[in-house]
Design a binder for this molecule. Structure first.
Ligand code: SME
Length: 187
């Protein structure tokens, strides 16, 4: 089903809402938890909105956490890639349970990190290596998040509609991520 817009997202309101929440508490964990909920509330036709963070940002690259986790490294990843500090770990989200770890360069999220570039995918079924956490997803937008110029994670949003995200959504969500990047206490 191709997306037919019913309501326009007011990205100014979304931005004001996240700024208001950050004024109350700027630590990243509550902020990103509420940020996903705000996106779910403000954008129509979504089935998943949340965050992945890099092992490096979470300090997990220096810990031996992967000893017994090859199974969850991803049921979707059979490439036996070397571990990277930029591999992604699931963070706070809204939606169905999702893939726990995504290797650098894998799927839409791992590609966003590898290329350090926003990915707007009109039809995920045509994206080579797309990781289908929720089979209902048909389009997706993934935005890299930076701290001090370095990628620390991504904001990932899925829709059951084809072609859900346009240039206006991209611009609005880029502004939203800029607020997070500049105002959140990332620890
Ligand atoms: N589709 C993503 C995986 C994460 S889920 O959408 C929540 C990807 O291909 O990287």
């Amino acid at each position: 089903m191709k997306y037919i817009r019913k309501n326009k997202t007011d990205y100014d309101i979304l931005k004001a809402q996240i700024e208001g929440l950050i004024e109350i508490e700027d630590f990243y964990l509550p902020v990103v938890s509420n940020a996903g909920a705000l996106i779910m509330e403000n954008l129509e036709e979504l089935n998943w909105a949340g965050f992945y963070f890099t092992e490096e940002f979470l300090g997990l690259d220096k810990k031996d956490i992967n000893k017994n986790t090859n199974a969850i490294y991803s049921a979707h990843d059979h490439s036996n890639k070397e571990r990277s500090p930029l591999d992604l770990i699931l963070g706070p989200f809204n939606g169905k349970n999702a893939c726990v770890k995504i290797a650098l360069g894998n799927g839409v999220c791992g590609t966003a990190v590898k290329e350090d570039k926003v990915q707007v995918i009109k039809n995920v079924n045509e994206f080579p290596g797309h990781i289908a956490c929720d089979s209902a997803s048909n389009s997706e937008i993934v935005l890299p998040i930076h701290k001090d110029g370095k990628i620390i994670g991504v904001l990932d949003i899925d829709s059951p509609c084809l072609e859900r995200f346009d240039e206006e959504d991209k611009a609005g969500l880029e502004e939203f991520v800029k607020v997070l990047e500049s105002k959140v206490n990332w620890g």
